[in-house]
Design a binder for this molecule. Structure first.
Ligand code: SF4
Length: 185
């Protein structure tokens, strides 16, 4: 697996020129760095877990430092964070938005409800998890999970992106993704 970029590796790319320096780097390493560190997220707060998702983006936890910016359109989104319980009526809209996201795309199910139905699991109006209709890459359990749990899931997802990029670059087929589970023990 390719390692994530480090500052010391970036420093080796610096070429001095009059008045400063430029970076000369392998394009695939730069592409990996960019994809890993610019996961734009489709804004999708459904219920109470969305408050914790917003807290993750606010000043104390500052998701921006991971390159995560919330977008109001699926066309520019790399990752969908499904935060909250999913009503049966809402599920088709989530699926439509997922289908409109460009590849490669990723899904984080945030909270017990989005992961498996949570306390509403026996309700006939709530879907028993986002994976009933879209593929989920990261499950972040908790009711609600803390922002730190979500950030943990994002870091694990970044590692997944790095490993997938390494395989794609070598022309190797991608294996089926193994879901990442945060919390829930
Ligand atoms: S997991 Fe808990 S906090 Fe999150 S949406 Fe469900 S009931 Fe609300």
């Amino acid at each position: 697996m390719d390692k994530p970029l480090t500052q010391s590796e970036i420093d080796t790319w610096k070429v001095p020129v009059p008045g400063g320096s430029v970076l000369l780097a392998p394009a695939d390493r730069l592409a990996q760095w960019a994809r890993r560190n610019s996961m734009w997220s489709l804004t999708f707060g459904l219920s109470c877990c969305a408050i914790e998702m917003m807290a993750a983006a606010a000043a104390r936890n500052d998701l921006d430092r991971f390159g995560i910016f919330f977008r109001a359109t699926p066309r520019q989104a790399d990752v969908m964070i499904v935060a909250g319980w999913i009503s049966v009526k809402m599920a088709p809209f989530i699926k439509t938005l997922y289908d409109q996201m460009p590849e490669p795309k990723y899904v984080i199910a945030m909270g017990g409800c989005a992961s498996a139905g949570g306390p509403y699991r026996d309700s006939i109006t709530v879907v028993k998890g986002a994976d009933q209709f879209i593929p989920v890459d990261v499950y972040v359990y908790g009711c609600p999970p803390r922002p730190e749990n979500l950030i943990n899931g994002i870091i694990k997802l970044q590692d997944l992106i790095t490993s997938e990029h390494a395989l794609t670059r070598r022309g190797q087929p991608l294996p089926p993704r193994t879901p990442i589970v945060i919390g829930g023990e």
